[in-house]
Design a binder for this molecule. Structure first.
Ligand code: ZN
Length: 314
């Protein structure tokens, strides 16, 4: 048994409320958070496993769920909120596999095949769709019809949930790769996206900030020009999401958003870019109720993964 099993208490398991047990995996580029629970807000136990090579990480994930099954009971379904790109079309033979990615070793890594021996259905969506679902059902999106969730961290991405379902087309959305205008005089940085250079992710992700200024945004003084530049790119993103999806609210999460005052600057920039167009109650005022931080904090992903599992069995 790997380390995962050690997190479960020795001896008789804690009493578990009646009902089905679901599994959740928030699969990130640096770590996998695995959990079981009877509901998204009733987790029983969890463990964090580093993202190394697929065969190693998947083996430890499977160990965790095997130990959980032994200690409690059969897992009904496992939800995965995965870094992408990942095949989310359930009719595709590649459903549940990571698609071509610059992340070494992970192109083609197949969640459903790797976890098949557990005997539970595995439902796979993107990390941002999982987080959007978590915030929609149990966080900052409670009560709204359409919620967008944006993450700004090692990458930039967004998911949109309408009426409880993540939206997508032939594949999941790739909104983080839109091309905001870049003024080369103001921002000579060519961007770091391996596919597009100066797409939004290439310009505004956390590593792009470090590439330019040698520090993360939160470690730069609020008067540093990095703040306004970052806010302008992200305001372009928010305005684009407003124009294409008309959400009732946009949640901005991820490590870069922890920089003090960034959220307020994005609100101001979004208001300016919309120019009074696309009016609604949500877009009146200073947008303090429209562009908001995650209510679930860093938990949105694992909560969303468990929602994917629970919804699949309801
Ligand atoms: Zn790109």
């Amino acid at each position: 048994m790997g380390d995962a099993g050690l997190r479960l208490k020795k001896g008789a398991p804690d009493p578990v409320p009646a009902g089905s047990i679901f599994g959740a995996i928030e699969a990130g580029g640096t770590k996998f958070v695995c959990a079981i629970g009877t509901a998204p807000d009733a987790l029983i136990t969890e463990d964090t496993i580093p993202t190394t090579r697929p065969e190693e990480t998947f083996a430890r994930v499977a160990d965790f769920f095997r130990a959980a099954t032994r200690a409690y009971r059969t897992i009904e379904a496992i939800g995965v909120a995965a870094f992408g790109p990942v095949e989310v079309n359930r009719n595709s033979p590649a459903y549940g596999s990571i698609l071509a990615t610059p992340k070494p070793h992970w192109s083609g890594a197949d969640f459903r095949a790797a976890l098949a021996s557990l005997g539970a259905p595995v439902i796979v969506d993107t990390d941002v769709n999982g987080a959007a679902l978590g915030e929609y059902c149990l966080g900052a999106g409670c009560g709204v019809r359409t919620l967008a969730y944006v993450t700004v961290g090692t990458g930039v991405g967004a998911g949109v949930v309408t009426n409880g379902a993540p939206l997508g087309g032939a594949g999941h959305y790739e909104m983080g790769h839109i091309r905001p205008p870049r003024d080369a005089a103001r921002d000579p940085f060519a961007g770091r996206c391996p596919f597009h250079g100066d797409c939004l992710e290439g310009l505004a992700c956390g590593p792009a900030i470090i590439d330019r200024w040698g520090a993360s945004l939160a470690d730069l003084p609020p008067s540093h020009p990095a703040y306004d530049l970052e806010a302008d790119y992200l305001a372009h993103f928010a305005a684009t999401i407003v124009l294409t999806h008309r959400p009732d609210r946009i949640v901005f999460g991820g490590g870069v958003m922890k920089a003090a005052g960034l959220m307020e600057r994005i609100r101001v920039g979004t208001k300016r870019l919309l120019g009074g167009y696309a009016q609604s109650d949500a877009l009146a005022g200073d947008l303090s109720e429209f562009i908001v931080p995650p209510a679930l904090g860093d938990r949105a992903g694992v909560v969303g993964a468990m929602l994917l599992a629970a919804k699949s069995r309801s």
